[in-house]
Design a protein around this ligand. Structure first.
Ligand SMILES: *Cc1c(COP(=O)(O)O)cnc(C)c1O
Length: 403
């Protein structure tokens, strides 16, 4: 009944996992399904990823990991790691559900040990080390003390330190000096843990970019997110098809209204756009409450994000006219438009993009003239494709095809 939908092609998800599995060689693949699988829907995406050969699932939040187990994904089907915990984390519940937990500070080790005693079984712990991202993780100078305590708990039988892991600051910039530096620190950190008597056998540091571009970073397990959803982690260097990736989501809406207006009509709040001629306006029933970025608004000076309207030979791109509102935005369909209320418009979909042969930059859909993708929306809104998917609101139904 909602006048818009996000169609998620699970065959594309399976294809993309296979591409990543091949790129990862001997390393296992963890499908990163945090943030509701980047807005695609955590349970269907996780199941499709496992079917295609992923053996691990990763989430930022404990609640997301528990949701996977609650949906019937058993420890035989997938190991699950969850990594971003405040002291309030439900560690006992996670341990009981056979979910691996990350620890990034001494306080977390104490809480995990306490929860494991209560649960009556050891926690499986991955030590998160900060090798240079400057975000969560144990700093090298704090690691000896952390490792000693973890070893003490391991000897006590309340935890198994199964993994050590980190995250890169510049994975998407091939050859950036910090990448080599982080790798050195990672190796030293692994030595520090070993010196304390720990033997973490699951070492992991690679996101999508490092999985696809940097075999040195694969270790035992890779953690791709974006590429699972079919987008290039280096959009200005390679497009999805250069890797064999297929964008999985199509976001479409039904026009709520189409109406004739005279030249000079001010459109939407604050009239940032005035119709240059007598024309027809189409009202699209999606707005910033649905995750359509307000920064994707358009004016007469600066076109907004692109939308494909029309069918067959009438297919063409229009850009958002005027401000994006909470529940809706407006397109100037042109004087001769034949669209009617109820017709479908596509905000973005499985389009590959085209790299400009001279500059190597991704050509906007408005210039290349085909279906926009989330990358086009990201550039129109001054952000990255990740933010376009993850902000899509819950009220947009997700429809799954090729299950
Ligand atoms: C989100 C995330 C990933 C996946 O990153 P992509 O760039 O989407 O491949 C991997 N590891 C961690 C820790 C993350 O937070």
């Amino acid at each position: 009944m909602y006048p818009a939908r996000a169609i998620v092609d699970l065959a594309a998800i399976r294809n993309n996992i296979k591409v990543l599995k091949k790129a990862a060689h001997h390393a296992e693949v963890m499908a990163v399904v945090k943030a509701d699988a980047y807005g695609h829907g955590i349970v269907p995406v996780a199941k499709a990823a496992l079917e295609a050969g992923a053996t691990w699932l990763g989430t930022a939040q404990a609640s997301e990991a528990l949701k996977l187990r609650a949906a019937g994904i058993t420890p035989d089907q997938a190991r699950i790691l969850t990594w971003l915990h405040a002291p309030s984390a439900p560690y006992a519940e996670l341990i009981n559900a056979d979910i691996d937990v990350s620890a990034a500070n001494l306080g977390a080790l104490d809480l995990i040990a306490e929860a494991a005693r209560a649960a009556g079984k050891p926690a499986k712990v991955h030590v998160k080390v900060d090798t240079g991202l400057g975000r969560n993780g144990v700093m090298p100078h704090d690691l000896p003390e952390f490792a000693a305590k973890a070893a003490q708990y391991q000897n006590e039988g309340v935890m198994d330190v199964v993994g050590v892991w980190s995250h890169l600051a510049y994975a998407d910039e091939i050859g950036h000096p910090t990448v080599a530096r982080q790798l050195e620190v990672f190796d030293m950190d692994i030595e520090t843990l070993r010196a304390a008597g720990l033997n973490p056998t699951v070492r992991h540091i690679a996101n999508s970019a490092a999985t696809l571009l940097n075999p040195e970073m694969h270790f035992d397990l890779v953690r791709p997110g974006l590429a699972i959803y079919g987008y290039s982690p280096v959009p200005t260097v390679k497009k999805p098809s250069d890797f064999g990736l297929i964008p999985a989501m199509t976001l479409e809406a039904e026009l709520a209204t189409v109406k004739h207006v005279p030249a000079g009509t001010g459109v939407s709040y604050a009239h940032k756009y005035h119709t240059p001629q007598a024309t027809q306006l189409g009202i699209v029933p999606l707005g910033y409450a649905d995750g359509i970025p307000r920064h994707a608004s358009g004016s007469n000076e600066k076109p907004g994000a692109p939308v494909e309207v029309g069918e067959g030979e009438h297919r063409r791109l229009k850009t958002i006219a005027g401000r994006v509102c909470m529940d809706q935005f407006v397109l100037d369909l042109g004087p001769d438009a034949t669209e009617q209320a109820g017709d479908t418009v596509t905000l973005f979909g499985p389009s590959d993009g085209v790299l400009d042969s001279e500059t190597g930059e991704l050509l906007p859909a408005a210039i290349r003239g085909n279906l926009p993708n989330a990358e086009d929306w990201a550039s129109a809104a001054g952000t990255i494709s990740y933010e376009i998917f993850t902000r899509l609101g819950n009220r947009i139904p997700r429809i799954y095809v090729n299950e």
